[in-house]
Ligand binder design. Structure first.
Ligand SMILES: Nc1ncnc2c1ncn2[C@@H]1O[C@H](COP(=O)(O)OP(=O)(O)OP(=O)(O)O)[C@@H](O)[C@H]1O
Ligand SMILES: C[C@@](O)(CCO)CC(=O)[O-]
Ligand SMILES: [Mg+2]
Length: 334
């Protein structure tokens, strides 16, 4: 038997980092996906093929008893840790610890770019392997297992990325609970700096700053949480669209400033943010963990001008759409 599952990338519209401290956040699944085929092998081993993982200089195929790699073993094992933890967790849930499982991954999502590649690969792997092992899990349950994987690998995770990747759509998230927000088409442009940041390291860096001066950082996190609640009020209000976008844009700019204050922006990210604003975006901010990766801009009137400005500033623009669908079982072969 073989199973193909896919799970989407995400953008965090408001509230990254502060969400790790129990504040609310708003996120949406987008139409870039990671695909995972799962099947059995008769060696009782975990075998992972992740040939197209876009980590510079690294092409790996790895299993418990065999490792093929074009880089050092330590790096390969670390890069594949989300997938391996996902498989191990599902084998445990299914009481199938000795069962040989092979997964093969292809992905449209840039890695370490703030678009939730770690959550998508964990969720798609859990979806495919749980189906293979005969577990009946809901997408919500799979999101919770994805959160466990992120906690095991990163040490800290709010769970928002695996949740939105598993269930799709547009969500408000707080301390493990989520609520779907009314679906709206968002005229956004994502700008990719081309460099990556590790969520594990960025979350740890913010934690160090917090521990060094909690009396300074806590109010910043509280303000971020308030921005999210304001944004939710605007999204669910009956204000006309123009006013709604204007208010959301202002809240995005405030949120970006506070993320910059936490130290998770980079010169390139800030350049893309300012280029987008100058080209007429009504709001622009980092999305995801930062340290490289992506920003997004809200540009109801002038998406193509903003995309051009991002290109001129040295970034790669992506015009994406919100994906209503989260985890999907694409194919089951006998
Ligand atoms: N296609 C893939 N195959 C295997 N592992 C992957 C794949 N895509 C991502 N990963 C894993 O996820 C890691 C990147 O996760 P990280 O959380 O640092 O960034 P991100 O999820 O892309 O961005 P963010 O968390 O800010 O949204 C990679 O180093 C790798 O371990
Ligand atoms: C930086 C962070 O807030 C979002 C990463 O997409 C981490 C998390 O919520 O787990
Ligand atoms: Mg991640």
């Amino acid at each position: 038997m073989r199973v193909l599952a896919s799970a989407p990338a995400k953008i965090i519209l408001f509230g990254e980092h502060s969400v790790v401290y129990g504040k609310p956040a708003i996120a949406a699944a987008i139409d870039l996906r990671t695909y995972v085929w799962a099947g059995f092998n008769d060696r009782g081993a975990i075998k992972i093929e992740a040939k197209d993982i876009r980590v510079p200089g690294l092409t790996v195929s790895f299993s418990e008893d065999e490792i093929y790699f074009e880089s050092d073993y330590g790096k390969a094992a670390e890069v594949l840790s989300y997938v391996r933890q996902a498989i191990e967790l599902v084998r445990e849930e299914a009481d199938a610890n000795g069962k040989g499982v092979t997964v093969s991954i292809t992905s449209q999502i840039p890695v370490g770019a703030g678009l939730g590649s770690s959550a998508a690969v964990a969720v798609a792997t859990i979806g495919a392997v749980s189906k293979l092992l005969g577990l009946e899990l809901t997408n919500e349950e799979i999101g919770k297992l994805g959160h466990k994987v992120e906690l095991l690998v990163q040490g800290a995770s709010s769970g928002i990325d695996p949740t939105v990747s598993a269930i799709g759509g547009f969500i408000h998230y707080e301390k493990g609970d989520f609520e779907h927000l009314p679906f709206m088409e968002l005229p956004i442009v994502v700008g990719y700096t081309g460099s990556s940041g590790s969520t594990k390291e960025l979350v740890a860096m913010v934690r160090r700053t917090y521990e060094e001066m909690p009396e300074v950082i806590e109010p910043v996190l509280v303000a971020m949480g308030k921005i999210v609640e304001k944004a939710r009020d605007v999204i669910t209000s009956d204000l006309d669209e123009e006013l709604r976008f204007t208010r959301l844009g202002r809240l995005m700019n405030l949120n970006h400033g506070l993320l910059d204050a936490l130290g998770v922006s980079t010169k390139k990210l800030s350049e893309l943010v300012y280029a987008a604003r100058v080209a007429g975006a009504i709001g622009a901010k980092i999305t995801g963990a930062g340290g490289g990766g992506c920003m997004y801009a809200l540009a109801p009137e002038n998406q193509s001008e903003v995309a051009t400005a991002i290109t001129i500033a040295g970034g790669t623009p992506m015009i994406t759409r919100i994906s209503r669908e989260g985890l999907r079982i694409e194919e089951v072969l006998p």
